[in-house]
Design a binder for this molecule. Structure first.
Ligand SMILES: Cc1ncc(COP(=O)(O)O)c(C=O)c1O
Length: 397
């Protein structure tokens, strides 16, 4: 009864741990969870007020399919102010979250059998969205040593005559790694040799950058603009995950195709969320800055705590709210109750069952030697989590 398309889709690999964590919590166990992919802050008040005003003013109807002119203008002004990009409102499509923008961009670009290069560790949805578009995900494993940045040589090696797109995510979920200007210049140089390859640049964590400024591939290679799809949204920077508001900016041909798909699948995002989005982008970023400062302190705490544990090493991520430590020295060797920890999933389930710590195995992101910890949690929870992690690893024999 079920289509091949749905059958081919993997359920979210993170669910194994988060599902089990919920079960244990229901049983009354004490669980500390660092598995969340969302800020633990509330949406800034001025943004909420704009939404309430939109409700009270009666902005209750459908908006234009690509989003209201006000929001698309605000997005263009923001892209100029923060990123030095020049886009016209006609080149913007607002969606129900950046997730939808990535998914619809892939549906608009990928033909059956086309390859999409996805540096690993990757955000779990990229390969599955590629499959939904009948494309072939081509994960390219990056290394702990290179802070999980794809190198120009790796990119060159991965490109074939079937390559349709490369997905870049900086700052990255799940590693927090950021590409530098030099990194991106190196990748751009390779991409210039392959004019048919589209770049999907997911910049959703743009505002959560700790060391220096966020850099996009379009900052170093504006000549690639016509074949770059910039993805962004409000979820992470403004703590607006539940509002479901994101967007893409691209060449008019791509925008036209995405717009057609969106018009048949979902139409525009909520009118209320769009009004909130205008407030987010037309006011200063002082609230964003406060959240960023908190994340920065927590990052330092996490990296320091992890590197103080025997057998664990963790690079200092430049952005987002994740750390991705190397736990390979525990895999294939250490045991709990005689059972060898073969995979990062084994280790994470052990930490959850025995120590009440929920973290996401690297297996879910295409990197079996790591695990993802989100520090979108209070410093007290982070301290407790590090305590449990340390004890859990020390208890292995
Ligand atoms: C890398 C990345 N891109 C896109 C998204 C989707 O964000 P949104 O809430 O805007 O759909 C997420 C959310 O976890 C993400 O981590």
């Amino acid at each position: 009864m079920i289509s091949q398309r749905a059958q081919n889709l993997q359920p979210s690999a993170t669910l194994k741990v988060t599902g089990r964590a919920k079960e244990l919590k229901r049983e009354g166990k004490s669980i500390v969870s660092l598995s969340a992919g969302e800020p633990d802050f509330k949406t800034p008040k001025h943004i909420c007020d704009a939404a309430i005003q939109a409700i009270n003013e009666g902005q209750h109807g459908y908006t234009m399919n690509p989003g209201t002119p006000e929001l698309r203008e605000a997005i263009c002004a923001k892209l100029k102010r923060d990123n030095d990009f020049d886009y016209d409102p006609s080149q913007i499509i607002c969606s129900n979250g950046a997730k939808q923008s990535v998914g619809f961009a892939l549906l608009a670009l990928v033909n059956k059998g086309d390859e999409v290069i996805i540096p690993a560790p990757y955000w779990v949805s990229y390969p599955e969205m590629t499959r939904l578009a009948e494309g072939t995900p081509v994960p390219v494993r990056t290394s702990f040593e290179n802070n999980f940045r794809l190198t120009p040589d790796q990119l060159e090696e991965a490109i074939t005559d079937k390559t349709k797109a490369l997905i870049l995510c900086s700052p990255s979920n799940p590693t927090g790694s950021c590409y530098s200007k030099d990194d991106l210049e190196g990748l751009a140089e390779v991409l210039r040799k392959y004019p048919d390859v589209v770049i999907i640049s997911d910049e959703i964590y743009e505002y959560i950058v700790f060391d220096g400024e966020h850099v996009s591939i379009l900052n170093v290679a504006p000549d690639l603009k016509d074949r770059t799809v910039v993805i962004n949204g409000f979820s992470k920077g403004f703590a607006m995950t539940g509002w479901r508001l994101g967007y893409l900016a691209a060449h008019p041909d791509i925008v036209k195709a995405v717009s057609k798909i969106q018009s048949q699948e979902t139409s525009a995002p909520s009118s209320i969320s769009q009004a909130a989005g205008v407030a987010a982008y037309t006011n200063d970023l002082s609230e964003v800055e406060k959240m960023r400062e908190q994340f920065s302190k927590r990052r330092d705490f996490m990296v320091e705590s992890l590197n103080a544990i025997d057998g664990v090493s963790c690079f200092t991520p430049g952005g987002a709210f994740y750390v991705f430590p190397d736990i390979s020295s525990f895999l294939g060797t250490k045991t709990a109750d005689g059972k060898v920890m073969e995979t990062s999933t084994d280790l994470c389930l052990y930490l959850l069952d025995e120590f009440g710590l929920a973290v996401v195995p690297g297996d879910a992101f295409g990197e079996p030697n790591g695990l993802r910890m989100s520090y979108a949690a209070s410093i007290e929870d982070l301290e407790e989590a590090m305590d449990r992690f340390k004890k859990g690893l020390a208890t292995l024999s």
